[in-house]
Design a protein around this ligand. Sequence first.
Ligand code: SUG
Length: 450
Amino acid sequence: MRASRAKRRPVTVDFGGLPGPTHNHAGLARGNLAATRNAARIAHPRDAALQALTRIRALAARGYPQAVLPPQERPAVGALRALGFAGDDATVLRAAAREAPALLAACASAAAMWVANAATVSASDDTADGRVHFTPANLATQFHRSLEAGATTRILRAIFADARCFTVHDPLPAAVQMGDEGAANHTRLVAADDRGVDLFVYGRRGYGEGPVPRRFPARQTREAAQAIARRHGLDPRRTLYAQQDPAAIDAGVFHNDVIAVGAGRVLFCHEKAWIDGARVLAEVGQRMQGALVPIVVSDADVTLADAVATYLFNSQLLERTAGGMLLVAPAECREHAPVAAYLDRLADGTGPIREVVTFDLRESMRNGGGPACLRLRVPLTDAERAAVTGNVFVDDALATALESWICRCYRDRLAPADLGDPALLDESRRALDELTQILRLPSIYAFQKA
Ligand code: SUG
């Protein structure tokens, strides 16, 4: 009995995001300090995609199950048409470039690469009907990101098509009260009974009074998180809600995954992550039947500003077969003296984190996306894994095919002025068409249906 239950336990598959061919730095996301700082810098789409793939490939080689989620079609000509630009695709792009470059940049963003914002995912172990549930994020706070929700829903429905195992809901209504940014604000921990405990973190309430940041938007609402827990059929006794400290949002923590990461029994967070953080940890610990292993970093060790500058907490926490946890951090953490010193102490053999590896994800980091932003965790049992559509699980053959696809199809550099180039749209469509064949997916892009 015990053995068969244990066998059914889901194992996390990391679905990695691939930066699309229009990867660029447009400074679109207010409250995201890296993105704002790097506005209009020349971008390197090929490097961006290769950096993302290198991380995925290395983790797959270490035995961590990896899969990929395809990028979205950009520039989103349909979105520009909805904003009043008319004519054929080239005319729409040229007019937008001339009359409204900010709108063109928003419609050309490759932001869908940060798949931690694609959806909130619940394990079949935790849901009332025993299926894996997905709610694609509406990303309603930022226009350029709100454009992702429809295609994300289509892509998830193509990959997780088997209705016996999976339910992909519609995104929540895209209104300010329902702002939802997906898994970046959701942490699934595992309690002493080996079942999940869900921590949802929100930035503000959609209704009623409550603390709010002064400078920057709080993207996730409590109501959105509660709606997701309800529709996924999560057990309220194993679910809890915490509010981000508004001062943290004002310091550049636009998602909870910029200041905390949890996996299994371990929760690695900054002391200033949440309002009343000690109470939050006590409640998480109680729901986990005492199994929580918190690692709380004090401001004296790493300031909030240093955490935001290096993305220390935008790391992946992975269980090692050799025991303890592996922290997968951005290379910037090793280049920053106080954070590098902290990491040496963290992995000195005395604590739960035994090893730190870093990756150069500089192109994504310049837009405020580190290792944790670039993966969507999907807990799957063996049977659920077998029910996934397409050739999306990464092995050496797929990684090699993706590498040659990137080298063949991506530009080396992209400046803001290139976004209105009709050739870029054609190249992107050709690339995505090839990718759907490599991944053996059905037609997921609007241009493939035209
Ligand atoms: O929504 N950056 C993204 C970064 C998302 C990071 N994701 C997580 N923390 N999970 C954002 O702020 C910048 C695009 C630009 O400026 O060109 C951007 O959208």
